[in-house]
Design a protein around this ligand. Structure first.
Ligand SMILES: C[S@@+](CC[C@H](N)C(=O)[O-])C[C@H]1O[C@@H](n2cnc3c(N)ncnc32)[C@H](O)[C@@H]1O
Length: 249
């Protein structure tokens, strides 16, 4: 899995039509949610920040952001992306299943954005991560998780998930995934076809990983089991469903 994101890191921004605009938009959307639910929040921890989409966006909104990820390459790039935008985020490498051991507690909000938790393939592992995320929170602090809505996804094999065509640095990129389900899990290959428009040379990058297609209902149950209260699913405020919960006093 680490290898998957290490390989995907140079192309990750191409997942979005305009990554820069998404960083700003996601920062604004998450900030609006945080202000509504946990209004005096200042300190945020992102436990699966990747190249920094939510972490940089939130720092741009004025929060003090600490962020980590399992992928060393993603963290290297996140540091560069923050630096060239003059944004301060404390980035480091950490497995979210050890978030509390590594980061300690006292955070107002803990975030895991864009379907990162389902990379953990069992309920036990997801619960372990949720327990650690909850322990990172100050009393009354909030947990924000965004995930794919797997109840709306078709099951089967050879499922094609197109992302589209992007132009960058004189290259044309075609991005798509192919999914193969087995029970509640699926293997997927992320294809990035890179065409140099000057030389017409074509390179195909194929990266493989696995996901647990956990439902938001099951994930909500695990959040409650981890000690979070007032767990709710919010739709229409972000590009994916958002699950939130609050650490009790
Ligand atoms: C789809 S990406 C989302 C990254 C980021 N939140 C964003 O939206 O740009 C999923 C991320 O989860 C990270 N990840 C997967 N398992 C992890 C774990 N056990 N601990 C920390 N990060 C993990 C991956 O390295 C990857 O960066």
């Amino acid at each position: 899995m680490t290898n998957f994101y290490d390989q995907l890191t140079p192309f990750f921004h191409l997942v979005y039509k305009d990554w820069n605009a998404s960083v700003h938009r996601q920062g604004e959307q998450l900030s609006a949610l945080i202000k509504t639910e946990w209004s005096s929040s200042k300190k945020i921890l992102d436990v699966s920040c990747g190249i920094g989409t939510q972490a940089i966006g939130l720092a741009m909104q004025g929060y003090s952001v600490t962020a980590s990820d399992l992928s060393e390459k993603a963290i290297e790039r996140a540091k560069q992306e923050a630096h060239c935008r003059n944004v301060e985020v404390s980035f480091s490498v950490c497995d979210m299943r050890k978030a509390h051991v590594y980061h300690g507690s006292g955070f107002d909000v803990v975030v895991s954005g864009d379907n990162s938790l389902p990379h953990l393939l069992t309920d036990e592992d997801i619960l372990l991560a949720l327990n650690q995320m909850t322990a990172c929170l100050a009393e009354g602090g909030g947990c924000v998780i965004s995930v794919r809505d797997y109840e709306r996804e078709e099951r089967g094999r050879n499922l094609l998930k197109p992302y589209g065509i992007r132009m960058a640095n004189g290259n044309r990129y075609l991005l798509f995934q192919v999914w193969d389900f087995e029970g509640e899990h699926y293997d997927y290959t992320f294809f990035v076809v890179e065409e140099n428009l000057a030389t017409r040379e074509v390179r195909t990058h194929a990266m493989r990983s696995k996901y647990y297609a956990i439902s938001t209902g099951k994930l909500s149950e695990l959040m409650l089991e981890a000690g979070l209260q007032n767990v709710r699913r919010l739709d229409g405020i972000f590009f994916q469903p958002v699950l939130i919960g609050t650490r009790g006093a």
